[in-house]
Design a protein around this ligand. Structure first.
Ligand code: CA
Length: 494
């Protein structure tokens, strides 16, 4: 056996140490997603008079997926797809987690293998801050404002249902932004606490403490970490936003006024026009507030010297029509509802730029694990695609030709036959391609209504051209929709 020369050994060790300093194998992850922020509310796009200086700067540093969508644009279905990498028919969360849905067992399954479970098993510390909304309320219901009506929304998540998150500061659903409530890691079900501070600001405060690992109490400094910050604004109630952000829009009065003449607002009934006009300024202000808090998190990461070794994602669970098209908010296939921000930054590893990839929610899980070096840990049941190679410049990653759209929600509450139950064959199914959005709504007595928008010729989606374009509809159904429904095990086809 040849002896190892000390000089060579020193060189070897030195190069390893240097490699580790420069390019550690195990990146951290920070995943920030406000609730209900449509894509067009990113200032750098120039589509709305919104002020988002931090998101704009971040977009310049990261990869902007300009065509990302929420496939089922409503809270719990998005969140379950995010956590499981499966579409709703397979992960079971086909509608929002509420007291009614709970009767059908609809909530994130305890045995789902989430990406956070994988990272936990790989030695990561995991933190979750903010809205979870993946547990259905059960009796006796938590006494709080979101549980005061017939339908209950808020529930505690017991430790065994946290999917690897060892640091917990969260709630199920609670829409009081100026006085939010949280359960901390060790809190039991009846020991939540209220906070007199705007939710996103409080959550950013906590995220910053987590990043700094204040007092060594938040995480093990020897471990990499993944932190999720799930902010509730710009979700309604829109007026619950600090005045300082609203006042910033006094200077934008004429631009906001100009938004009132958008055909999708002006052509709808007065009720929805009023709704839009009454709320848009506050909603813009909320996004500016979220942007400021996101900026604080990025700054803390930089000051901690971890900005290069941390993958940062900014996205949203769905958008908001805010009365446009006569739609109150989400749960529909319009761009305002379905099209979301998605920006990912990993300095030195992901080339900054823009990509019109038709990215879907279940793709997030495998793509993140792929980027982090755990592509081999992605469970076989994950239905999303690992696009890590596409982001890091590897050849040979094929690009999808459409995104699935589906909504099953209404059927729990208004089943067409009058029966109570879970009706997965009703509701809407469709696809979104680079050019078209197709949605087929199946209502009472199997009657279907088809919507087709050509977003290239009609970006505001004002004209349903489905009846004059039966061939396009047929082709989209046969070439895109049916394969998606088969892939995702959707009984809608039967
Ligand atoms: Ca939501």
């Amino acid at each position: 056996m040849k002896p190892i020369f000390p000089a060579a050994l020193i060189t070897l060790l030195a190069s390893q140490a240097f490699t580790y300093e420069r390019e550690p194998d195990r990146p951290n992850l920070i995943f920030v997603f406000p609730d209900q922020m449509r894509s067009s509310m990113q200032g750098f796009l120039g589509e709305e008079p919104v002020m988002t200086p931090n998101i704009d700067r971040f977009a310049g540093q990261g990869l902007v997926l300009s065509q990302a969508v929420s496939n089922a644009p409503v809270c719990s279905p998005y969140r379950a797809m995010l956590m499981t990498g499966m579409y709703s028919m397979r992960n079971g969360v086909v509608t929002n987690c509420t007291s009614k849905a709970g009767a059908y067992g609809i909530q994130l399954k305890e045995d789902s293998r989430c990406w956070s479970d994988v990272l936990h098993d790989r030695g990561y510390n995991l933190g979750y801050i903010g809205k979870w909304h993946l547990d259905s309320p059960h009796e006796p219901y938590i006494v709080c404002s979101n549980n005061s009506g017939d339908l209950k929304w808020n529930e505690w998540t017991p430790p065994e249902r946290r999917h690897g998150f060892d640091f917990w500061y969260a709630y199920g659903t609670y829409d009081q932004h100026l006085r939010p409530m949280y359960w901390s890691t060790a809190a039991v079900r009846d020991s939540f606490k209220y906070i007199d501070q705007w939710g996103p600001e409080h959550e950013a405060d906590l995220a910053i403490r987590y990043i700094r690992n204040e007092g060594g109490k938040f995480r093990d400094k020897k471990k990499p970490f993944a932190l999720v910050v799930s902010m509730n604004p710009p979700h309604m109630p829109y007026e619950q936003v600090p005045d300082k952000y609203v006042r910033m829009y006094d200077s934008k009065a004429s631009e906001i006024q100009a938004m009132f003449s958008h055909p999708a607002v002006a052509d709808t009934s007065d009720r929805w026009g009023k709704y839009f006009r009454g709320n848009i300024k506050n909603q813009l202000a909320m996004v500016t507030g979220v942007d400021e808090q996101f900026g604080r998190i990025l700054e803390a990461l930089k000051r901690a010297g971890m900005d290069k070794n941390t993958i940062v994602v900014f996205t949203s669970d769905h958008g908001d029509c805010l009365g446009k098209h006569g739609m109150i908010s989400k749960s529909n296939p319009y761009e305002e509802s379905m099209h979301v921000p998605f920006i990912i930054r990993w300095t030195g590893r992901i080339k900054p730029g823009k990509d019109d990839l038709l990215f879907s929610v279940p793709d997030i899980y495998p793509t993140l694990l792929g980027l982090m070096g755990y592509g081999g840990d992605i469970p076989a049941g994950v239905e999303g695609t690992n696009f890590a190679g596409l982001f890091t410049g590897e050849p040979g990653v094929s690009r999808p030709t459409s995104q699935l759209y589906f909504m099953t929600d209404a059927q729990l509450y208004n089943p067409p036959t009058g029966e109570k139950g879970l009706f997965l064959r009703s509701g809407e199914r469709g696809v979104r391609t680079g050019r078209y959005t197709l949605s087929i709504m199946r209502g009472p007595k199997n009657k279907t209504t088809t919507f087709l928008w050509d977003r290239k010729l009609d970006p505001m989606e004002l004209n349903n051209i489905s009846y004059a374009n039966a061939e396009i509809v047929k082709e989209l159904v046969e070439r895109e929709l049916i394969p998606w429904l088969k892939k995702t095990g959707d009984p809608w086809l039967e």
